[in-house]
Write a protein that binds this ligand. Structure first.
Ligand code: NAG
Ligand code: NAG
Length: 344
């Protein structure tokens, strides 16, 4: 009898503790990192807030309020029990030194359904030092620097308002995703920055990039193998290397690219406008059903490019033509002006 009472007391006491800690961290489904002890460095706080939010059976939000914070490398994994949002209103600073990363990314979202990434905040990759040491402008097999944000196997996701700047490598990499929208998204890095593609997409279906502003040192948007149903609308691009499909055919067993729709975009002060590129003499592949329409070019060096002998840094042989089959391509209502020297 006495024993039962004691264990009941213990059970209710631990229940109380549990309730107290959850109540501390969240209110109305909002998990605020600053309530998880996040101050200057929010790495641990973000990991813990994400874990709690992800376990919530109701839709939840992890909040990073305005302010400036350091954030080390994080992987935010699902699957989660319900829809989850990360609202970033603060400025997040990555470690400057690339040696502080293992693997290819700073912030990695993986295996999440119904993910929203929102807020007026910025992911600042602080890439200056890394670019100055980079050999990527001469050597395509250069050391892999971390990308600002990776989306791996995300389904039914939405990224809106967020800014990503000065990534050490690509700003955003989309892999294995289905139905992911970028809306009013901003990418910014200097013209001279190396390999800082805005959004790279591969092995994904149903990607929408809408009303966004991308200026970098490399491609604004680059499309890798296995991309299907990509819709790019109302995007301004520049500086940078334009919007590119490819390069394709460099590696064996690449999956086809199909259904690429680029519409109502403005491309300014870039090396290329819209481009399809494949390597000569290597592997097969296919790219079809690609349409570029209503595009304004300002001061673009090569407004429309289909290059089937893409061979940067002479890393290939031109002995035989590309084995990548390109078909059903249209360029419609593309206007503006080009320049044939300087820049980029
Ligand atoms: C795509 O994802 C969005 C955002 O989660 C969702 O509202 C929409 O219903 C999804 N579309 C389809 C066809 O599943
Ligand atoms: C075209 O893109 C611009 C942004 O560059 C946007 O303001 C406008 O609403 C878009 N128009 C249509 C018809 O999508």
């Amino acid at each position: 009898m006495g024993l039962k009472v004691v264990s009941l007391v213990i059970i209710s006491f631990s229940l109380l503790l549990l309730l107290a800690s959850t109540a501390k961290a969240q209110s109305n489904g909002v998990f605020d990192v600053t309530k998880y002890g996040g101050k200057e460095d929010i790495t641990e706080a973000l990991n813990n807030a994400w874990k709690d939010a992800c376990a919530s059976t109701n839709p939840s939000k992890v909040l990073i309020p305005s302010g400036t914070y350091s954030l080390r490398q994080v992987t935010l994994v699902g699957p989660c029990k319900a829809a989850i949002e990360l609202q970033v209103d603060g400025i997040l600073k990555a470690p400057v030194n690339p040696d502080q990363f293992s693997g290819g990314s700073w912030v990695d979202f993986r295996h999440v359904d119904q993910l929203t990434l929102s807020g007026s905040g910025t992911f600042d990759g602080q890439g200056n030092v890394a670019w100055s040491k980079s050999t990527c402008n001469k050597d395509k097999n250069c050391e892999g620097l971390p990308m600002n944000i990776r989306f791996d196997f995300i389904t039914n996701g939405l990224v809106r308002d967020i800014t990503t700047r000065d990534s050490k490598n690509f700003h955003v990499n989309v892999l294995g995703c289905k139905n992911l929208t970028f809306q009013h998204f901003t990418v910014t890095a200097p013209r001279e920055s190396i390999n800082t593609d805005g959004i790279h997409i591969g092995q994904s279906t149903g990607i929408y990039i809408i009303g966004s502003n991308i200026g970098t040192g490399d491609d604004c948007i680059s499309v890798g193998d296995g991309t299907e149903e990509l819709h790019v609308t109302g995007v301004t691009c520049g500086p940078g290397h334009g919007i590119s499909v490819g390069s394709l055919g460099r590696y064996p067993n690449e999956k086809p690219v199909s259904g690429i729709f680029v519409k109502n975009c403005t491309i300014s002060n870039t090396a290329n406008g819209v481009r399809i590129k494949s390597w000569p003499d290597l592997y097969g592949g296919a790219a079809s059903n690609m349409h570029f329409e209503d595009i304004v070019m300002n001061n673009v060096q090569n407004p429309v490019v289909v290059d089937q002998e893409y061979c940067p840094w002479n890393q290939c042989s031109l002995k035989s033509p590309s084995k990548v089959k390109i078909s059903d391509v249209s360029f419609k209502n593309i206007k503006g002006n080009f320049r044939n020297s300087g820049c980029c």
